[in-house]
Structures are given as structure tokens and as C-alpha cells.
Design a protein around this ligand. Structure first.
Ligand SMILES: C[S@@+](CC[C@H](N)C(=O)[O-])C[C@H]1O[C@@H](n2cnc3c(N)ncnc32)[C@H](O)[C@@H]1O
Length: 264
């Protein structure tokens, strides 16, 4: 038995990031492991226990309670959305805003999940007050752990809507659940991820439209509302909000991925 054989076993399972699993179990870089001969027997036992879970469709992120976003590690628990790389588009746009001297006093990340966007917002705008909201207690717990690990001060609230806010925001960022019921079945199964984090209604855009409307009510004049979107959406769904749309950004696959609105 050597590391290459173990690695090959993982490669046979579809959709599994072999590097992530190998490095998480053996605690060393894959390149180094593949050139080693000696393996700790206890770790081989652990490997096969995890291999069985992976074969049953368990997500490695939930097994190891960690995930990555922009090459950085974040704590995660089952049920909380595993960050997707497309969400980096929002981070890139926040950096652009910063370069244009935008300096928000208050920022809201609605539907924060693991807290990735709130954490990046606080890094980019360190003088802002950042509020992170999620309806799932477990997501709020992950955000708390992640913000503490990264030594960033973020206000975390478990809530279901925007009505709880008395003070308005200069910037709202969100990656709402945006799959339709049909897409949820077609692109699934999303084992371990909560349906609440993925499905935005029968057509997919109902939650987004609700958050856009409610979000505008707590947005200051000249404030920005930035949302990740489904590439299948057309501007027509926006109706009276289309006049506030100032920018549509594509992701690295060339698919529509983000809308930016300004309140005037
Ligand atoms: C697509 S996930 C995004 C998570 C994270 N922001 C990210 O980009 O990885 C949507 C998030 O919205 C949360 N959510 C769904 N409905 C909600 C509601 N009514 N109020 C607050 N959060 C909600 C889910 O729990 C989930 O964490």
C-alpha cells in the first residue's frame, strides 16, 4: 500500500477533490505525499473510513468541517452552503469600489452562510461596520467562528428579513438562494446542503426580488445593492427595479453572474 494507490482510489469517485481529501487526512502537501513510501497505519484506517463516506456521497467539506474560498480555509458545518468560486466576482467588485474611493459606513451581508462575503467586506473596508445575517443558526455559528479565526469584528444576527433594521446601510451584498425547484432537481443532489440556501422559489428569482425590494428600503440614497444572480435570469424580471440597475458582470465562464443597483 502506498500513497499513489490511495490517491487513485479517490480519483475513482466522481466530483471529489482528491488533493483536499489527501491533504486533510495526512496533513501534508499532495506533492510531498505522493513521493513518500511510509504511511501511518492509523491514518490508512481513517482514510478508508472517509473513503466509505465519500462513496456514499458525503461531501468532504462536511466531513472535515472546512472549506476553501479564494484559496483560504473557512470553518463549515453540514447544512451551510459550501462557497462557490463564482462568488469571488462580488469580492472583486468590492475591491473596484474601494479603488474608486467608495467608503461605506455600514455594510450588510444578507444570507451570509459561512460569512465569506462579510469577512471580505470587512477586510476591504476595515473602517465600516459590517453586519452579517442568516436565517440558519448554524450559518451564524460558522460566520462567528470564521470571523474570530480571522480576527475581524462582524456583527452577526439570526433573522429572516430586513424589517429588523432601524439604521440604513450604504452597501448591501448578497448571494441569495437562486435555483428554481426544477433546477434543484436537475443539478442535484446537493447532499448535506440546505434547500433553503439553494432554492429561491418555484421560478428561482422570488427570494432575490423580495430581498431587492426589502433591501432598498434599508439602503441609503446613493447606496449600492450587489447581488450574485443566476445566469438564466433576464433583466425583465426586475420590472420597476430595472432603472436602478447600473452594471451586469459575467463570471470567468462568461456567464451572467452579478447585478449592481444604486438607489437614487
Ligand atoms: C446561496 S447561500 C449564500 C451563502 C454565502 N453568502 C455564500 O456566498 O457562500 C444563501 C444563504 O441565504 C440564507 N437564507 C435563505 N433564506 C433566508 C432568509 N429568509 N433570511 C436570511 N437568510 C436566508 C441561507 O441560509 C444561505 O446561507
Amino acid at each position: 500500500m502506498n500513497f499513489i494507490e490511495l490517491y487513485k482510489e479517490l480519483k475513482r469517485i466522481e466530483g471529489v477533490n482528491e488533493r483536499f481529501v489527501m491533504e486533510s487526512i495526512f496533513g501534508e502537501k499532495l506533492e510531498r505525499l505522493l513521493t513518500k513510501n511510509k504511511i501511518d497505519k492509523r491514518k490508512v484506517k481513517k482514510f478508508y473510513r472517509i473513503l466509505n463516506l465519500l462513496k456514499k456521497g458525503e461531501k468532504p467539506e462536511y466531513i472535515f468541517k472546512k472549506t476553501t474560498f479564494l484559496d483560504e480555509e473557512f470553518y463549515i458545518e453540514k447544512g451551510v452552503l459550501i462557497p462557490r468560486e463564482e462568488t469571488a466576482e462580488i469580492v472583486n467588485y468590492l475591491k473596484e469600489l474601494k479603488n474608486k474611493n467608495f467608503s461605506p459606513e455600514r455594510i450588510l451581508d444578507f444570507g451570509t452562510g459561512t460569512g465569506i462575503l462579510a469577512i471580505w467586506a470587512k477586510r476591504i473596508f476595515p473602517d465600516s461596520q459590517v453586519v452579517a445575517v442568516d436565517c440558519l443558526k448554524r450559518a451564524c455559528k460558522c460566520t462567528l467562528i470564521n470571523s474570530k479565526n480571522k480576527k475581524l469584528k462582524i456583527k452577526i444576527i439570526t433573522a429572516k428579513n430586513f424589517k429588523i433594521f432601524k439604521k440604513k446601510f450604504d452597501l448591501i451584498i448578497t448571494n441569495p438562494p437562486y435555483l428554481s425547484e426544477e433546477e434543484f432537481i436537475k443539478f442535484g443532489p446537493f447532499k448535506g446542503e440546505s434547500k433553503k440556501a439553494l432554492v429561491g422559489g418555484k421560478k428561482g428569482y422570488e427570494t432575490f426580488l423580495k430581498w431587492l425590494k426589502e433591501g432598498f428600503e434599508v439602503l441609503k440614497p446613493k447606496g449600492f445593492f450587489i447581488s450574485e444572480i443566476s445566469s438564466f435570469w433576464s433583466k425583465k424580471i426586475l420590472r420597476k427595479f430595472e432603472k436602478y440597475l447600473i452594471y451586469e458582470k459575467k463570471d470567468f465562464y462568461g456567464k451572467k453572474r452579478m447585478w449592481v443597483f444604486i438607489r437614487f
